[in-house]
Design a protein around this ligand. Structure first.
Ligand SMILES: Cc1ncc(COP(=O)(O)O)c(C=O)c1O
Length: 381
């Protein structure tokens, strides 16, 4: 018997009540019963996004909503400022390139967070046509959390809108969408929302809607305007992933019961425990000062083959973590503490790391990471 454990930053484990909901007979989506459920879901999503605005729902992975945030907002020849500090900042660049959008890039050294002043200075330069600033809450590839509140202050002083990819950060890192003046916040189902991949979300501020309404580009499947119109009747424009929504209804109940601030606090606590644990083994964090609550990026110690380490965890312990992406391939590994996760999950992840390191010849005392993870904090989840 081999038990599998999922500690990758998405998809994340799905709780039993959500799995059970997906096994129920399919409801037809143009019925009163489904409309009621759809309405309940869209209202609960507002709490998670911390917004009073509608949260639009799409049947796609998170990138679908990222693409929607480009095509609904920008027409050919428009300019976008893209903050690029990792693989997912790069994705906004790629999307802009695909649609002929002029890019003003603010590059950020991988493993560090953006300086809002750099964005402010760029926006203050005369003669640009920047309509939107694209940022990432948790840059999953590096484990960095960016200061969205500071970016919100800077962008709010201009005519541009702030678009935030909160796909991995939502409900793990704090995101006060309205209070922080985020115009478009993007999420997806397979991270802290604890649902399988296949749902993407976008909330829009009144300022964002003005930009969208003024955009001459025609959009169909990913049209924000079509989605808004359908949502007014508690529906989606096209056949929605009914079973995923049934699962989401359950996980949103769980989040509501715990309370969004407590959900974020739990993630912060699990992140701290994980970090104390890996430090106790003599390992180094990749982004110690700006780490997201969703995922911990750890440098692979000298003399250890990073790919072999990740493989050893999977094959020897049934544990899936993520390796490094792009230029970080083989150099870091990433443990997620995201979604349906508690202290015991963190202990499992840490003890498998101890085991795999020892297997590969990096000596560490069994139990040391676990002790550090347990000792430092009083509350357990
Ligand atoms: C920060 C971030 N943005 C975008 C994505 C892409 O989302 P998807 O794979 O659901 O399209 C991910 C997925 O890992 C992510 O973590």
């Amino acid at each position: 018997m081999k038990k599998e454990y999922l500690f990758a930053p998405g998809p994340t484990p799905v709780p039993p009540q959500a799995l059970e909901a997906m096994a129920r007979p399919i409801l037809h989506h143009r019925t009163g019963k489904f409309r009621e459920i759809f309405k309940e879901i869209s209202e609960s999503l507002k709490e998670v996004f911390q917004t009073s605005n509608q949260v639009l729902i799409f049947g796609s992975s998170g990138t679908g909503a990222m693409e929607a945030s480009i095509v609904n907002v920008l027409g050919p020849g428009d300019q976008a400022l893209v903050i690029n500090g990792g693989k997912f900042g790069e994705r906004f660049l790629d999307l802009c390139k695909a649609y002929g959008i002029e890019i003003v890039e603010v590059p950020v050294k991988w493993g560090t967070a953006v300086n809002a002043q750099a964005v402010q200075q760029r926006l203050a330069q005369p003669g640009h046509k920047i309509k939107a600033v694209y940022a990432t809450l948790c840059e999953t590839s590096t484990g960095v959390v960016h200061d969205i509140e500071a970016l919100g202050r800077v962008v709010a002083e201009t005519n541009a809108i702030l678009v935030v990819d909160a796909i991995s950060g939502l409900a793990a890192d704090q995101l006060r969408t309205d209070a922080w003046q985020v115009d478009i916040a993007i999420g997806a189902s397979q991270k802290a929302l604890m649902v399988p991949p296949g749902l993407a979300f976008a909330s829009l501020s009144p300022k964002a809607w003005k930009t969208v309404e003024a955009n001459p580009r025609k959009v169909f499947y990913f049209s924000f305007q079509l989605a808004r119109k359908a949502l007014e009747a508690s529906e989606s424009p096209f056949t929605p992933p009914v079973s995923l929504l049934m699962a989401l209804r359950e996980t949103l109940k769980m989040i509501r019961e715990e309370g969004i601030d407590k959900v974020v606090a739990r993630h912060a606590d699990l992140a701290r425990r994980t970090r104390e644990g890996v430090r106790a083994l003599g390992l180094e964090l990749y982004a110690p000062d700006v780490s997201s609550n969703a995922v911990t990026a750890v440098k692979i110690p000298q003399g250890i083959d990073g790919s072999l380490f990740v493989k050893r965890l999977r094959e020897g312990y049934g544990v899936t973590v993520a390796g490094g992406q792009g230029s970080l391939k083989g150099k870091i590994f990433r443990i997620a503490h995201l979604g349906y996760c508690n202290t015991f999950d963190v202990l499992t992840a840490l003890s498998s790391v101890e085991g795999a390191l020892n297997d590969l010849g990096f000596s560490c005392e069994p139990g040391k990471a676990l002790q550090a993870a347990l000792q430092t904090f009083e509350t357990t989840h």
